[in-house]
Design a protein around this ligand. Structure first.
Ligand SMILES: Nc1nc2c(ncn2[C@@H]2O[C@H](COP(=O)(O)OP(=O)(O)OP(=O)(O)O)[C@@H](O)[C@H]2O)c(=O)[nH]1
Ligand SMILES: [Mg+2]
Length: 304
């Protein structure tokens, strides 16, 4: 190659969308082979459109994980649904993820309506997830397909239990990419900062351990990430858990601090596995009155 000549590259944006809890973030993590996004058994885990990048030789897939499209009840919910719509702007392929354990619900119909409104030139793949746990997967998939008859592809898989099927999907997507420059350096896996990534894993732990409304009333901010001066020392992470009311704070702390200790332990164990490093996790629970309705608080959390 002479100077000024560029090797041809291929790249594109792939949005993952669907109603809450169908396994979008699980699929993203399996597609990437690393844990970029938090996953919990509770709906509305994902709050922002996280990008996960997969680069292979001259091809780059930029996946956009989105919050589950739902009926918003507060300013945070409005933001989450906006993130879904934003992810569809200039997207090359959309992956509509559905849960094959159940037939379509009104929420699925809402997603199908949204998808019918996007540029008809954008291919939409219908991905029937959780096939491992579905009783009537073929029947369910047929019902979803009826909601979007012009889907470019229809397939079923298990994002959680069948990575090979997910890699086959990834190979297929790699082949569909248009020519274009890379959007991210080839060694980058996600567009979020390490602080945001850690905050999301702490929030995941809080969502798993807390009950009822509490999982949705918690936000996490990492205030400090201090790498150790000596390899024998732990990495120091300081984070705040925001709650909306003083009585929420009491619940998140738990009796004698038992709950926050448990949240911290689960989060620390995960972070240590991913970072291959000992961690000192310093968690504080603070009241930010009704932060889900507070534009200033939402801005601070990056939900804008
Ligand atoms: N059996 C089974 N469970 C799965 C599969 N994929 C995901 N799950 C589970 O489904 C639950 C929700 O997974 P998530 O990946 O958080 O779902 P999501 O669509 O990102 O959810 P939101 O972010 O809330 O919209 C978790 O408990 C996962 O373990 C699958 O292929 N099979
Ligand atoms: Mg998610």
């Amino acid at each position: 190659m002479t100077e000024g000549e560029h090797k041809a590259t291929y790249s594109g944006f792939i949005a993952l969308l669907g109603k809450p809890n169908v396994g979008k973030s699980t699929l993203l993590n399996t597609l990437l082979g690393v844990k970029v996004a938090p996953i919990t058994p509770k709906p509305q885990t994902t709050r922002r459109g996280v990008r996960g990048i997969y680069t292979q030789d001259d091809r780059q897939l930029v996946f956009v994980d989105t919050p589950g499209l739902h009926r918003a009840k507060d300013a945070l919910g409005d933001y989450m649904n906006r993130e879904v719509r934003n992810a569809l702007i200039d997207v090359d392929i959309a992956l509509w993820v559905v849960d094959l354990r159940r037939p379509p619900s009104d929420e699925d119909k809402g997603v199908a309506r949204l998808l019918k409104g996007i540029d008809p030139a954008t291919p939409i793949y219908l991905i029937g997830n959780k096939v491992d746990a579905a009783k009537y997967p073929d029947e369910a998939l047929r019902l979803y397909h009826e909601l979007l008859p012009n889907a470019a592809k229809v397939l079923s898989l298990s994002a959680l239990n069948d990575p090979e099927a997910v890699y086959a999907l990834r190979d297929e997507l790699l082949q569909q990419l248009p020519a274009g420059p890379f959007f991210f350096p080839s060694n980058i896996r996600s567009d979020q900062s390490r602080e945001t990534w850690a905050a999301e894993l702490i929030r995941e732990s809080a969502m798993i351990h807390l009950r009822q409304e509490l999982p949705y009333a918690v936000a996490v901010q990492v205030l400090e990430w201090r790498d150790p001066a000596e390899p024998s020392e732990p990495l120091y992470l300081q984070a705040e858990l925001w709650v909306e009311k003083p009585n929420h704070r009491m619940i998140v702390l738990g009796k004698g601090g038992a709950m926050i200790k448990e949240i911290g332990r689960t989060a620390r164990k995960q972070l240590e596995v991913f970072l291959s490093q000992r961690i000192y996790l310093d968690l504080e629970v603070v009241v930010r009155r009704d932060w889900r309705e507070d534009p200033e608080a939402l801005r601070e959390l990056g939900y804008e």
